[in-house]
Every structure is written in C-alpha cells, then in structure tokens.
Design a protein around this ligand. Structure first.
Ligand SMILES: [Zn+2]
Length: 307
C-alpha cells in the first residue's frame, strides 16, 4: 500500500498494489481506477469519478513516469468522468462503440448530473475543481486512439497491453489484459461481490465476454467494482446474469405484467451496492428487472449472434 498526498485541494488516494507493477483502488465511490507501471511510462485504466481522487491518482501515477495511455473500459460515467482531470496525460484509448456514446446526454441517467450528485457527500472539497457543464463537455479528454474490431495490442516499454473488445455490459466494453503481470482489468464485465447493473446491457454478448476473459492466462482479475478477485469469479458472474434472466423469463412465461415483474423479481438480498451508491439499490432492482422484461416481451426480431 502506498499513500500519496496531492496539492490543491488536498486529497489522498490509497492505491492497492496488485502485482509488482499494477495498482488499483477498489474502495472509492465510482469504478476501480487503476494503472500499470512500465519501463516507458504509465498506462491508466479508467479514472476516479471523484475529482480530488482523480487529481491524486494522476499524481500517484506520474510519480512512476509520464502517462502514455489512458484506457476507458466503458462509457458509464463512473469510468470516464475523471478523464477531465487527466488533460494532457497521453493518448486516450476508446473502442469505437464506446467513443460513439461517450458522455451521452441521452443516457437514462444524465452522466454529468449523476456524477455531481456524489460531490456534496463524497467529495465536498472538489467544488473548486469542477467547471460548469458546458466547459466540462468542451474540455473533456476523449478518445484519441479509437479502434474497431476485437483487439488492440499496445507495446509500452517491456509491457504488452491487450485491449479486448468485450461488449455486453455496454457496447464498447473493453477488458485490458497485461500478460507480463498475469492480470486482466475487466471493467464492469465483472462486478465482484456487489450488485450488477444490467439495464443498458446485452446479456447474450455479456456471457460471451465472460468466456473471452475466462480464456486468458491470468492470476488476478481487477473488476470494474468490488474487490480484486480471480478467474473463478467468472462462474459467479455468469450465475448472476443467468439468475436474473431466468427469473424474468419465468415471470413473462407466467403472464406477469411489467409492474408485477418489477415488484416481485428482486435480488437485493444477494449483494450490497458498491461504495457510496447504497441509495441506488431500488433503482438497480427495478431497472434490471424492467429492462429484461422489455427485451423479453419486445416484438420478435432476428438477433445477431455474438462474433
Ligand atoms: Zn461501473
């Protein structure tokens, strides 16, 4: 464990050392922001949602060398809001399917407003760091290396950084595999020991994405949320997705209405919500069940098979 002090406004961030060159933080509100130290600078994977922690993590990362790349694993605000405080820090890697909906103002949860909701309770010192909405959107660093297809391979110093396209949780989802460290950063393809958000998801693709991750030769799995885990957790995540889908499929088969389904299908007792979002438990249950109900009762249309 290392603790890093930042300047104005002061905040600390404790990074957990996962391997000799891999650091993450699984205890913040937001995603698990991480970085990999190479012989030629640092690769950041997702940014802290809380502004003072974004500033502090950037400082912690830059102590090891210049930031070469910032990779976003998905478009949800808890993974990209902090990009603002990484201006000028290397190339930003996004899959094209992520880039297309980056800070999408049409999202069900307005990303800017949702990020600001956390400030008064979780990061009150951040107020002077936050620009107004227009300035934020105008200056927000977004993809400078935007790729299509299944894999982008980067070589940074002595490290290989393989960005696997793993759509499912979101369309532009990435899993970042670092073979030299025997680590994969899965983004929200894995929610470790916390509630799974699946309302913007394609579950068939997500199940396939889990198999892409399972096939990697790694010891440590850094999830999008919750504690660092290992490949055995792929089975647990698959079970969570299949339990939700079969419960809602059974509800549809039993002729329940959408209202009845949302009221009765509920996995709130299974896991807590990740840090700082406990108040979203009802929202998650309602929208997980409701979105699956809508998909299972939609007008039939041929579905594309996973690649
Ligand atoms: Zn997330």
């Amino acid at each position: 464990m290392t603790t890093t002090e930042s300047r104005m406004p002061s905040a600390t961030i404790e990074m957990e050392q996962v391997t000799p060159n891999v650091f993450t933080n699984t205890k913040l509100r937001g995603c698990n922001p991480s970085f990999v130290v190479t012989s030629d600078g640092v690769v950041v994977i997702d940014t802290p949602q809380l502004p003072t922690r974004a500033v502090a993590m950037r400082e912690a990362a830059e102590k090891h060398g210049p930031i070469r790349y910032l990779i976003n694993t998905e478009n949800h605000v808890d993974h990209i809001f902090g990009n603002y405080w990484f201006k000028g820090a290397g190339e930003i890697v996004n899959h094209k399917a992520l880039w297309d909906i980056f800070m999408d103002p049409k999202a069900a949860l307005d990303p800017f407003a949702y990020a600001l909701e956390a400030i008064p309770t979780e990061d009150p010192d951040a107020a002077p760091l936050i620009p107004d909405r227009d300035e934020y959107y105008a200056d927000l660093p977004r993809g400078t290396v935007v790729f299509t297809g299944d894999l982008l391979k980067l070589k940074v110093g002595d490290h290989t950084i393989d960005c696997h396209w793993t759509p499912g949780h979101t369309p532009g989802q990435l899993a970042v595999h670092v073979p030299e460290e025997r680590v994969v950063f899965t983004g929200d393809t894995i929610f470790s020991g916390v509630q799974t958000w699946l309302m913007t998801s394609d579950i068939d693709q997500w199940l396939w994405a889990l198999e892409v991750i399972r096939a990697l030769d790694v010891d440590r799995v850094v999830p999008g949320h919750g504690p660092v885990t290992d490949l055995a957790y792929v089975d647990t995540q698959r079970a969570v997705l299949l339990e939700w889908t079969s419960a809602v499929a059974a509800a549809v088969a039993a002729g329940w209405t959408r209202e009845e389904t949302v009221e009765r299908v509920n996995f709130a007792d299974r896991y807590p919500v990740d840090v700082g979002q406990e108040y979203m438990m009802g929202y998650i249950q309602k929208h997980n069940a409701g979105s699956l109900y809508d998909k299972f009762t939609a007008t039939p249309k041929p579905r594309a098979l996973p690649a």
